[in-house]
Design a protein around this ligand. Structure first.
Ligand code: OSB
Ligand code: MG
Length: 382
């Protein structure tokens, strides 16, 4: 697999509705797409970093910098045995998992196409249909939240997750539970609480939640083990888990009973499979998290979600919940049973709408290998 070309693009995409979490409101996404050409075949990846460093430490701009100045120089012109080999070539770049994932995942798409396999099959997936939930942002009132939950249930989604923060938790979630006594319900705090809030968080135990996602600091596994010892609701870690070693540590100290697996956060498909396998060996279920992705990131999430230990519904939902028009075709659709059919054609299984991508692009940079040149690969930038 010779990496002939890498193209990096930044797109502006306007969300249909603002999305509010404990760390802020997102109206517009600044999305980086990575296009690779490998042995003449084009693969696509998406960088899932947020606009500001408030989910984790990466941003759209840090990813642009790390990809341009460190990742591309190590990969352009390289002849790899497989996409997963890129992970070892990038290992001495510390952190920046989302930047790495955008590039590595594009190589996985290309490898799957070169082998004539769907990405799901190449990854070792075992499902042809995945189960879906939705993630609902903070609302002004419990009534407004209950209305949104009702709409999503009508669409068929199998699990409802609601964002919480101090002052917007018990009342809102109790209102949803009173109205819908039997639904599968969970909450996500995005690090909005501290260990001293344990008695308060304890009150959520009565609401029969599937899980409480990332209540404490984004990088603090140990405090979650102290909280988990004080509450009955299962803690699910998101922000804290960046690789398989983190997952194993978190499980061994009792910091969580469920793990949210995000491709970007762990650095791409190679690392995601390792996290998946560690969790499976430890009997900890995983589910696929979302980062308000465009269709390309969403298609990668669908492929990953076919692995056997993805036993809980993910935050992988229909394109039309996010975008007036998605950049892939067909768009991602969810059945009335709250599932997504996994494409079987080679690679991601969705076509990229190039013209729309071009319209949404605000900056581009590309690099081409000169494969046969004396002195090896060189890079050109525009
Ligand atoms: O914590 O899961 C999260 C969105 C942006 C950043 C972090 C998170 C989220 C979501 C949205 O919950 C999931 C989605 O619908 O893509
Ligand atoms: Mg989360």
């Amino acid at each position: 697999m010779t990496i002939e070309t890498i193209v990096l693009r930044e797109l502006r995409m306007c969300l249909k509705a603002p999305f509010e979490t404990s760390f802020g409101v997102t109206h517009n996404r600044r999305i980086l797409l990575v296009e690779v050409i490998v042995d003449g075949v084009t693969g696509w990846g998406e960088v899932t970093a947020t606009e500001s460093p408030s989910y984790n430490s990466e941003t759209t701009d840090t990813a642009w910098h790390i990809i341009s100045d460190f990742i591309v120089p190590r990969l352009i012109g390289q002849d790899l045995d497989s996409a997963s080999q890129s992970a070892s070539l990038l290992a001495t770049i510390r952190g920046h998992q989302m930047a790495k994932a955008g590039v590595e995942n594009a190589l996985w798409d290309a490898e799957a196409q070169l082998k004539g396999l769907s990405l799901a099959k190449l990854l070792g997936g075992t499902r042809n249909e995945i189960v879906c939930g939705v993630s609902l942002g903070l609302r002004d009132t419990p009534e407004a939240l209950v209305r949104r939950v009702e709409e999503e249930l009508c669409s068929g989604y199998q699990r409802i997750k609601v964002k919480i923060k101090p002052g917007k938790d018990l009342d809102c979630i109790s209102a949803v539970r009173r109205r819908f006594p039997d639904i599968v319900l969970s909450v996500d705090a995005n690090s909005a609480y501290e260990l001293k809030d344990a008695d308060h968080l304890n009150k959520l135990d009565e609401l029969n939640l599937l899980m409480m996602e990332q209540p404490l600091q984004w990088d603090d596994i140990y405090s979650h083990s102290e909280l988990q010892a004080k509450i009955n609701t299962a803690i699910c870690l998101d922000e804290c888990i960046n690789n398989a070693a983190h997952a194993l540590a978190a499980i061994e100290v009792g910091a969580c009973r469920i793990i949210n697996l995000k491709l970007g956060r762990v650095g791409g498909h190679t690392s995601a499979r390792q996290v998946h396998d560690v969790c499976q060996e430890q009997s900890i279920p995983v589910w696929c998290g979302g980062m308000l992705e465009s269709g390309i990131g969403r298609a990668h999430n669908i492929a990953m979600s076919t692995l056997p230990n993805f036993t809980l519904p993910g935050d992988v939902s229909a394109s039309q919940r996010y975008w007036a028009e998605d950049i892939i075709e067909p768009e991602v659709k969810v059945t009335s049973r709250g599932t997504i059919w996994v494409p079987e054609s080679p690679g991601l299984g969705y076509a990229v709408k190039r013209e729309l991508v071009n319209q949404l692009t605000v900056r581009t940079r590309d690099w081409r290998a000169r494969i046969h040149a004396l002195g090896g690969p060189f890079q050109r930038s525009s």
